[in-house]
Design a protein around this ligand. Structure first.
Ligand code: PAF
Length: 287
């Protein structure tokens, strides 16, 4: 496995390898702090492609001014070991200055991919203006840099996955986007790099998010399809959390629905107090 920081070096390596062993390139884009959720994406990519690239890059353009860009966990050494064990060919770990040019650092602006307003300015995008523009921009850059055939994303970031699928269709990227199931701890807490911010009490409180989701799924399976009732049930379980949103949307359109008929998703974002910080967590479940 090679760890590469420079765009041109990765391009050369991929070109060389592709000419030698011809085959598909699978990309797993990450911001590092790898956990078993990421490893499940890497495992799938390894099974389905001849060449696997894992990018590790904490992307500044997707963080708002008051978000956790500076304190986001950076654990490249441990991440690289995990990747090596998982049979990855290349870890691409650029510095911000390898990805964005001087103009960006001077003016805090770059060429962006901006999905439609109504698609991004709801759910996570409502409290994180510009977030999905930054995500789409870095993902498109990684697609161009790696020339991947397939790219793997976790379903925990359901809105991100929906938006990336739309970007790929809208911009005619010849890339297959593969959504992979949420990986949970034994007690159902969805794995997230931000779980490292949680102290013991906060971790216990955070469990109310998955409790709410699983309760709603149970009610729905038992015939309760009214979204207002389902959302109230979830909110009642999450009284110790600062809930940012609890919504039920159609899987196909990501638009709010009133009644669960076809495939739907319940999505939650909530903050948990942990010491002096309020850790923002997201989770969802298919209904
Ligand atoms: O999901 C993430 O970790 C990030 O949003 C991604 C897709 C790697 C882009 O920076």
């Amino acid at each position: 496995m090679k760890i590469i920081n420079k765009v041109e070096e990765l391009r050369l390596e991929i070109k060389k390898l592709k000419s030698e062993k011809q085959g598909h390139i699978g990309l797993v884009p990450t911001m590092g702090a790898l956990h078993n959720g990421h490893l499940s994406l890497i495992e799938k990519a390894r099974k389905e492609n001849e060449i696997v690239v894992v990018s590790v890059f904490v992307n500044p353009t997707q963080f708002g001014p008051n978000e956790d860009y500076d304190k986001y966990p950076r654990t490249l050494e441990a991440d690289s070991k995990l990747c090596e064990k998982a049979g990855v060919d290349f870890v691409f770990a650029p510095a911000p200055s390898d990805i964005y040019d001087e103009y960006y650092f001077k003016h805090k602006e770059t060429t962006l991919i901006c999905p439609p307003y109504d698609v991004v300015n709801k759910l996570c995008g409502k409290s994180r203006p510009g977030h999905f523009d930054g995500v789409c921009t870095i993902v498109a850059k990684l697609f161009n840099i790696t020339k991947c055939d397939r790219a793997y994303f976790g379903k925990k970031d359901a809105q991100q996955l929906f938006i990336i699928q739309k970007m790929v269709r809208d911009l005619n990227f010849d890339i297959e986007i593969i959504g992979c199931p949420i990986v949970r701890e034994a007690d159902n807490l969805a794995l997230s790099s931000r779980n490292t911010y949680l102290d013991d009490d906060a971790r216990k409180t955070a469990l109310d998010i998955s409790k709410a989701l699983f309760k709603v799924k149970e009610l729905c399976n038992n015939g309760i399809k009214d979204c207002a009732v389902l959302i109230d049930t979830a909110l009642a379980i999450m009284q110790n959390l600062e809930v940012e949103y609890t919504e039920i949307v159609s899987v196909d359109t990501f638009e709010k629905i009133n009644t669960v008929e076809g495939k739907a998703l319940m999505l939650i974002a909530a903050r948990v107090k942990s010491g002096d910080s309020r850790v923002r967590l997201i989770d969802n479940i298919e209904l």
